[in-house]
Design a protein around this ligand. Structure first.
Ligand code: CP
Ligand code: NVA
Length: 291
């Protein structure tokens, strides 16, 4: 049966560790693997993307495969064809489907009816590919994951949830500080100062996610005390790094000084999307019976 990657919970701790080490190997020699030789991957985007789009398309190419980028409106999915029928048809033609869309249920339905791996490139609830790259970045910077403390500050959103799942698997302690109204239902928020004390990294994301534009002003007001700035970073360990999945709004959820400063690991984090997803594609494609 094809393996999917919808939330990150599909991986064992050992697989996650292997995948991170593999990503670091692939980073050292980008063309060493031809795992997708002769294979095609459909990349479906119902929402905008810079990093995810470019890293997946480049990653598929570097692995010897072909990426078909399908934007909103280009598939009959946008005219009401079901995820089920889309999965049944694409399974006969390509070798993996990656999708960025709003409802998580769409990705689940695709996976339920797909004979080929389905990868979640972001839904309203999860962003697991981002969390993989985040762990690769922490592993690179600190030489290990087990025992690290990661503080996430800001909106309790898809990125926070995926970090929670990935951190638990990897043995990273995750402390989340959000306004009470914007917390993750599955993890109690802790006070900001407590979350960042002793942290190896402080992570933030946008205050207004794609599709959340309606409540934008109210959210900004609630989130103002949670800005990742120099003062907040100084409360973490002396060697703490700043993380952000991007796109950033300098001056809003992160100060310009932190984003572009010496302790920012944000640009490595963006690059690591490429290496982490190549390792993921290798793993998932190996679950296909015949290729
Ligand atoms: N971090 C991230 O997913 O960026 P994009 O929206 O540009 O893909
Ligand atoms: N939480 C953000 C992440 C963007 C990469 C969003 O969903 O828009």
């Amino acid at each position: 049966m094809a393996r999917h990657f919808l939330t990150g919970e599909e991986l064992t701790t050992g697989e996650l560790q292997g995948l991170i080490e593999r990503a670091i190997e692939l980073k050292e020699d980008r063309l060493r693997s031809r795992a997708l030789e002769g294979l095609s991957v459909a990349l479906v985007f119902d929402k905008p993307s810079t990093r995810t789009r470019v890293s997946f398309e480049t990653g598929v190419f570097e692995l010897g495969g072909r990426a078909l980028v399908l934007r909103e409106g280009e598939l009959q999915l946008s005219r009401g064809e079901s995820p089920r029928d889309t999965a049944l048809v694409l399974s006969r033609m390509v070798h993996a489907i990656a999708i960025r869309t709003g409802p998580h249920e769409t990705v689940e339905e695709l996976a339920d009816y797909s004979d080929i791996p389905v990868i979640n490139m972001l839904t309203r609830d999860h962003h697991p590919c981002q969390a993989l790259a985040d762990l690769v970045t922490l592993r690179e910077r600190f030489g290990r994951l087990e025992g690290l403390k990661l503080a996430y500050v800001g909106d309790g959103n898809n990125v926070a949830r995926s970090l929670l799942i990935a951190s638990r698997l990897a043995g990273v302690e995750l402390a989340i500080a959000t306004p009470p109204e914007l917390g993750l239902p599955e993890l109690a928020s802790i006070p900001l100062d407590e979350a960042v004390r002793g942290a190896h990294a402080i992570y933030t994301d946008v205050w207004v996610s794609m599709g959340d534009e309606e409540d934008a002003e109210g959210k900004r007001e609630l989130l103002a005390p949670y800005r990742l700035d120099e003062d907040l970073l100084s409360k973490a360990r002396d060697d703490a790094i700043a993380l952000h999945c991007l796109p950033a709004h300098p001056g809003e959820e992160i100060s310009e000084g932190v984003l572009y400063g010496e302790r920012s690991a944000v640009w490595d984090q963006a690059e690591n999307r490429l290496h982490a997803q190549k390792a993921l594609l290798e793993l998932l494609i190996s679950s296909l019976p015949e290729r």
